[in-house]
Design a protein around this ligand. Structure first.
Ligand code: GTP
Ligand code: MG
Length: 217
């Protein structure tokens, strides 16, 4: 089997596993957070999920190559988290989520999956989610949406994080949003700062809307 065939087989197998997961997530809103390393995925979750923990049944699956740092950070806020270590792999696969769910159980209103920090590979692996939430921080360059268009095409929403750093970096927010919308006009865009709290209420409202949409589907 050639490399292309091997890759196609892996993706095909992942796709059917994800379909099984999606079936089991009938009553659970599932959001897959994707970004480069360090854009602030865990920071956003730490700030937003505390608003939900007494209101919804929720859990987080954390994907990193190594350490339980992110799951520990989430658990410290009182939200249940399950850490997956992917070792050499640069993305989570449906089978990782399946294993996590065996621990967490499917009786959830909201499941957040924080993918491995990587703007490329996670775009190809369906995890049974309702939406991919892309995070990009202002230190990464405003042209990322056109350099990594595959991810922006498959994403549903886009958070520009670390707006508190805008005075110190060359990052044109309007240009970045223009690029992102050029790739995917449907993207819902948010601007946020985990330092100042800007935009976090709007992100919380978006997630609550997604939970309600899933319940009423
Ligand atoms: N100035 C500033 N720093 C931030 C903000 N959000 C996160 N950070 C910092 O950015 C660094 C990375 O944040 P994380 O939340 O760990 O990022 P992540 O996307 O979860 O990282 P990985 O899981 O490794 O991909 C930390 O030092 C955070 O304190 C922000 O809005 N403003
Ligand atoms: Mg993280």
């Amino acid at each position: 089997m050639g490399m292309v065939d091997v890759k196609a087989k892996i993706l095909e197998k992942n796709y059917s596993k994800a379909a099984v997961l999606r079936d089991k997530f009938k009553n659970t809103c599932v959001l897959n957070f994707v970004s480069s390393p360090g854009s602030g995925k865990t920071s956003i979750l730490e700030k937003v999920l505390v608003m939900f923990k007494d209101k919804y049944k929720l859990a987080v699956v954390e994907g990193d190559q190594q350490t339980t740092n992110d799951a520990d950070r989430i658990e410290a806020t009182g939200v249940t988290a399950y850490q997956v270590n992917t070792g050499r792999a640069c993305h989570l696969e449906a089978t990782d989520v399946e294993k996590a769910m065996a621990e967490l159980g499917y009786d959830l209103d909201l499941l957040i999956i924080e993918n491995v920090g990587n703007l490329v590979c996670p775009s190809q692996f369906d995890l049974g989610e309702d939406a991919k939430v892309i995070v990009l921080s202002t230190t990464e360059g405003d042209d990322k949406p056109i350099k990594y268009p595959v991810m922006f095409r498959v994403g549903s929403s886009f958070i520009i994080n670390k707006t508190d750093l805008l005075p110190y970096v060359e990052f044109d927010v309007d240009k970045c949003i223009g690029y992102a919308k050029g790739v995917n006009p449907e993207l819902e865009v948010f601007q946020a700062s985990c330092k100042t709290g800007e935009g976090l209420e709007e992100i919380a409202a978006y997630i609550e809307g997604m939970i309600a949409k899933k319940k009423n589907a």
